[in-house]
Design a protein around this ligand. Structure first.
Ligand SMILES: Cc1cc2nc3c(=O)[nH]c(=O)nc-3n(C[C@H](O)[C@H](O)[C@H](O)COP(=O)(O)OP(=O)(O)OC[C@H]3O[C@@H](n4cnc5c(N)ncnc54)[C@H](O)[C@@H]3O)c2cc1C
Length: 516
């Protein structure tokens, strides 16, 4: 099946003939093109837009919450393309919370407590994944290990060290509980990590899994409880119903659904049907590869399989990330143990057209394949018997949803009661999606049950989610865009619209950031 509406070509929607990621080598052939009902129903309680990890987790939580209340709910999940074929099927599979890098900057914007909340929130994701995977017995190769962050530039090492010292001074117990260990001595770092050339490193708990398998398993569970999944059904627009007060209409090229609530889980593509998000969430193209370990990095040889996951920090915006898959299924060590390596940003960041506001994951990023081919031998001691391609099996691209202020938007849209958003993960969704999807679900279910969000539900939401993630009116109307500067490209705060390029723009940007 394909999207037949040619008028949709300029719209921000997933493109056709996309590069093939490793993670889709075992597609769920039942869900892939599924339509639970052949006709699109014309009404329901809730429409979820998007079937990636966010949509999947939200539907899972909504059915669980409804069950606890003894309430029957009807949900339709609309997916523009195949099931779960966006960022969740194209990412690095890496659940790596940020433990301290950037702490001082967040502290200066939000104060100590909130800066710490942001980091602790990410750290808690690992347990949330483990709990769901264990409870539902999901086969998604989940592996809990330690991540090593390595700084390759002396300046970055100095800044990272200052961030660590600041967080441990402010919150010694959190750092201890999270078991963050730093390594100052480059030689020791090399011995521990097997990686050449780092100045400073830190290790802490992290994990990896097969995101597509987790998401599709959760969708299957939801279908068992009544979810109606409709793939190849792009949402084109939404509007308030003229006929049913307080309800919404979701328009697709297969018909219109009237519903009480809409939950938007379309990440990078959100402005494709909700123009209000055009200046808030931007499609940003990234790239990942899969690599077969060379013989001496396999079992029974020395140094043997990699144990840690990695973040390779080469400079502002230039971060590579890697996970060593431990095999398939529930028994680690069996089957394919590919290394998944993403990043290569140094090869294309300077060419904005290649990545910023770019939805073309049907094309490769220039220089990426070559970069990945040389990566293992350039960085890992003893990687010496790879093939001429550096054992690279696949390279693919994918579209990340960068939010203008670099943090996800989670909540009810200020001027659209009953329409909720959980998107803008800024290339860092794995440690954020479990907590964000749970928090938004509590609001949605409260509104469905009571017709409004109760004070208790609002409190639960606010207690469980760092304040800078809340979709406040200030964030919703903000013209700040920090994306290019965060990637080391261009000046900070080049705002759009009426305030463009003025001193007021910079002042306004600062004021908004101060409030976040
Ligand atoms: C190359 C790459 C590498 C990454 N690596 C990592 C990593 O290692 N660690 C990490 O934490 N994060 C990583 N990320 C980010 C992470 O993958 C995302 O944050 C996460 O997958 C977002 O999940 P989601 O469900 O919100 O979005 P998606 O998985 O993109 O799902 C959104 C879904 O909405 C559908 N959709 C879009 N428009 C419409 C419409 N109009 N109607 C209906 N459906 C629509 C899409 O087709 C898609 O299936 C990476 C992302 C990419 C692209």
């Amino acid at each position: 099946m394909s999207n037949k509406n040619n008028n949709n070509e300029d719209r921000l929607l997933p493109v056709k003939n996309r590069t093939e990621p490793f993670w889709l080598c075992e597609r769920d052939t039942i869900l892939q093109n599924a339509r639970t009902t052949s006709e699109l129903p014309n009404q329901t309680d809730i429409v979820i837009i998007g079937s990636g990890l966010t949509g999947a987790m939200i539907s899972y939580h909504l059915y669980n919450e409804a069950e606890k209340l003894g309430k029957k709910i009807n949900i339709i999940m609309l997916e523009a393309d195949e099931v779960c074929s966006g960022a969740t099927a194209r990412n690095g599979g890496h659940c790596k919370p940020i433990p301290f890098i950037g702490y001082r900057s967040e502290r200066s914007k939000h104060g100590k407590k909130v800066a710490n909340d942001l980091l602790s929130f990410e750290a808690s994701a690992l347990k949330q994944y483990a709990d769901i995977v264990t409870k539902e017995d999901i086969s998604c190769d989940m592996n809990v290990t330690r991540a090593f962050d390595i700084c390759f530039k002396q300046d970055d090492a100095i800044e990272a060290k200052k961030d660590f010292e600041a967080r441990i001074k402010d919150f010694p117990n959190y750092v201890k509980e999270q078991d963050i260990r730093t390594v100052d001595d480059p030689k020791e770092l090399e011995m521990l990590t097997g990686v050449k050339g780092g100045y400073y490193g830190a290790s802490y708990p992290a994990g990896h899994l097969w995101p597509y398998k987790l998401a599709t398993s959760l969708i299957r569970i939801s279908i068992g409880k009544g979810l109606n999944l409709q793939t190849h059904t792009p949402v084109l627009s939404t509007r308030e119903s003229k006929f049913h007060s307080g309800k919404w209409e979701v328009r697709t090229d297969r018909g219109i659904i009237t519903c009480s609530q809409i939950v938007i889980a379309s990440n990078a593509y959100t402005s494709g049907f909700l123009p209000e998000f055009k200046d808030l969430i931007f499609p940003v193209r990234g790239t990942v590869s899969s690599i077969t370990p060379s013989k001496n990095f396999q079992k029974g040889s020395l140094p043997g399989p990699l144990k840690y996951t990695y973040g390779f920090r080469h400079g502002k915006g230039e971060v590579d990330y890697m996970i060593p898959r431990q095999g398939r299924g529930r028994i680690p060590g069996l089957g394919n143990q590919s290394i998944i390596l993403g990043g290569s940003k140094g090869t294309y960041l300077k060419d904005l057209n290649q990545w910023y506001n770019n939805k073309n994951d049907n094309q490769q990023l220039p220089g990426a394949e070559n970069y990945f081919k040389n990566f293992m031998k350039n960085y890992f001691i003893g990687w010496n018997d790879g093939n001429e391609n550096g054992n690279v099996d696949k390279v693919w691209s994918g579209i990340l949803g960068y939010s203008a202020d670099l943090l996800p938007y989670v909540g009810e849209i200020p001027d659209k009661p009953g329409m909720f958003v959980c998107a803008g993960f800024t290339g860092h969704g794995m440690p954020r999606i479990p907590g964000c999807s749970k928090a938004i679900s509590s609001l949605v279910i409260s509104k469905l049950q009571n017709g409004f969000i109760t004070a208790n539900a609002q409190k639960k939401f606010e207690d469980s989610l760092p304040k800078p993630y809340w979709l406040t009116k200030e964030r919703y109307t903000s013209k700040v865009n920090l994306i290019k500067s965060a990637m080391g490209q261009g000046e900070e705060d080049k705002t759009k619209g009426a305030l463009e390029n003025s001193d007021e723009a910079v002042l306004a940007a600062r004021a908004v950031r101060a409030k976040l």
